[in-house]
Design a protein around this ligand. Structure first.
Ligand code: BG6
Length: 496
């Protein structure tokens, strides 16, 4: 949804919103709260039905109470009219049990409102059953949509999109048999975050930065997603996935793409997609030797004692990879992408470090020139900081770094929508700008697969790190060997 006038249009879009996996964590923690907030902000269509499906037997009334409990933990206000929009239908989409009843429910909604609603299928189910589930939707003709208005259903898929290039292609092929690319919405929820969308505005609406955004001025980039939490209750999934596939393949590569892509010609999905593809397909694929020398994989101490983890697991909970982009603009600029669980705190940030200037003029006032850098802090304490050099007040000339800061909280006195609110609204209003295409996903697996392959042969060895630290010591060694160091990824700003 790019323009304010789209909001008006949404009110008049009758919608049957079907959630498969409605009793699961994703639905309860993210989807229902997001729908509820949209409703509260008056942004859901007037004729909107949520058909919630899962295997467990519940009546609609029982399920409404479950949904209400999960929402009211986060939001104390109650809006009974919202819960009346929710219906429940026990079925098994992977085993093709009771799907005709879903078709009937949609039909009866259609009859009740006397028009053809748009159909949205949210596949909030395990990736392992996704292909079967898609096949069963088609078997029951649910992929067809309305006969009268040629209103084709949309399908929402969550990451991970496959486990590697091969399985991602197979999933895409399965989807493509029944849904066209315009009907498929692949969610990477980072793209729905307000601060990530601001990267476009920051880069392309401020000419002062764009002219410096190249290898002449930029020394390197550090992109970090650090989490304080461990694997929590997701051991079974995580132990098969690891940090590289859970975060680097999607969230971190997306951040890298947004911060390095050229300006699209127009603010529309196709233009944006072309520029993204240009950069993501230009990421150099690491050789086995580079994987051994330019990556670090770590595991936090105590991981092997977590629930549902193989006690001899070699899976990484920390991943650092150093990448290069072969486009002229980025030649010679390294990109350090790191992520880990049980680190010292929760933060996602991008730091752009500029090349140090060897000013003749100031040569007697500093031992080593102080480089400028820009920090785009995505979460928490959202903001942007620019590190400048200043004369310290006093009778002598001393130079010191100072921070110039912009904080969302103080600059805009409006609440920030959650990523899922924005993304669901975009699906309802048929805007794919913030979703991933098949091509982008395939390109990102091409970067990740060679690393994964070498890692699975035990190279480089897994480094154990202490919970609450910044990860393995090898990560410091890797960047220090390049004559660089990690910059604090947390801005001191915006804490108020
Ligand atoms: C998910 C990962 O995609 O992102 C999780 O599967 C991770 O492991 C989560 O915890 C982090 O998301 P956020 O929005 O809290 O940064």
């Amino acid at each position: 949804m790019s323009l304010p006038q789209d909001i008006k249009r949404i009110k008049y879009l009758p919608t049957a919103f079907v959630i498969f996996g409605a009793t699961g964590d994703l639905a309860q923690n993210r989807i229902f709260p997001a729908l509820f907030k949209l409703y509260k902000s008056g942004l859901l269509p007037d004729q909107f039905k949520v058909i919630s499906c899962a295997r467990t037997k519940h009546t609609s009334q029982e399920f409404r109470e479950i949904a209400e409990r999960s929402i009211s933990e986060k939001d104390k206000e109650k809006f009974p009219a919202f819960y009346q929009k929710i219906e429940y239908l026990p079925l098994d989409v992977a085993q093709d049990l009771n799907l005709p009843a879903l078709a009937q429910k949609i039909d009866s909604f259609e009859k009740g409102i006397n028009t053809c609603p748009q159909r949205i299928f949210y596949m909030a189910i395990s990736p392992a059953i996704l292909e079967d589930a898609v096949g069963n939707l088609a078997k029951n003709n649910l992929h067809v949509g309305c006969k009268i208005h040629n209103n084709k259903p949309r399908i929402i898929i969550e990451k991970p999109f496959g486990q590697d290039l091969k399985s991602a292609k197979s999933l895409n092929n399965q989807l493509a048999q029944f849904f066209s690319e315009e009907q498929i919405y692949r969610i990477d929820h980072y793209l729905g975050k307000e601060t990530i969308q601001n990267i476009f505005a920051f880069r392309f609406a401020n000419d002062i930065f764009e002219s410096l955004w190249n290898n002449k001025y930029i020394d390197h980039l550090q992109i970090t997603t650090a989490e304080y939490v461990g694997v929590e209750k997701r051991g079974e999934f995580y132990d098969k996935t690891g940090a590289l596939r859970d975060i680097t393949q999607n969230h971190l590569l997306q951040l890298l793409t947004l911060v390095t892509m050229d300006e699209p010609q127009r603010f529309e999905p196709k233009s944006i997609e072309d520029k993204k593809l240009e950069v993501i397909s230009s990421i150099k694929k690491l050789t086995a030797h580079e994987v051994a020398t330019s990556t670090v994989r770590g595991q936090y101490e105590g991981y092997l004692r977590e629930e549902k983890i193989n006690p001899a697991s070699q899976i990484e909970t920390y991943a650092l990879i150093k990448l290069a982009i072969s486009l002229k603009r980025w030649q010679g600029v390294p990109f350090y992408l790191r992520t880990g669980k049980k680190l010292t705190g929760k933060v996602t940030s991008i730091i752009v470090q500029f090349k140090p200037k060897t000013h003749q003029f100031f040569k007697n006032f500093w031992q080593k020139p102080l480089p400028n850098h820009i920090t785009i802090q995505i979460q928490p304490n959202e903001g942007i900081g620019i590190r400048l050099v200043s004369k310290k007040p006093g009778l002598t000339t001393q130079l010191e770094p100072v921070d110039m800061e912009f904080c969302y909280k103080t600059s805009f006195d409006v609440p920030q929508p959650e990523a899922y609110e924005r993304l669901l609204l975009d699906v309802i209003s048929e805007d794919q700008s913030l979703f991933l295409s098949q091509k982008i996903i395939e390109e990102s697996w091409k970067v990740i697969d060679p690393i994964r392959q070498v890692w699975s042969s035990g190279n480089p060895p897994l480094s154990i790190y202490k919970p609450g630290s910044w990860g393995p010591a090898q990560a410091d060694k890797l960047i220090e060997a390049d004559g660089r160091q990690w910059l604090a990824p947390i801005l001191t700003i915006c804490k108020i």
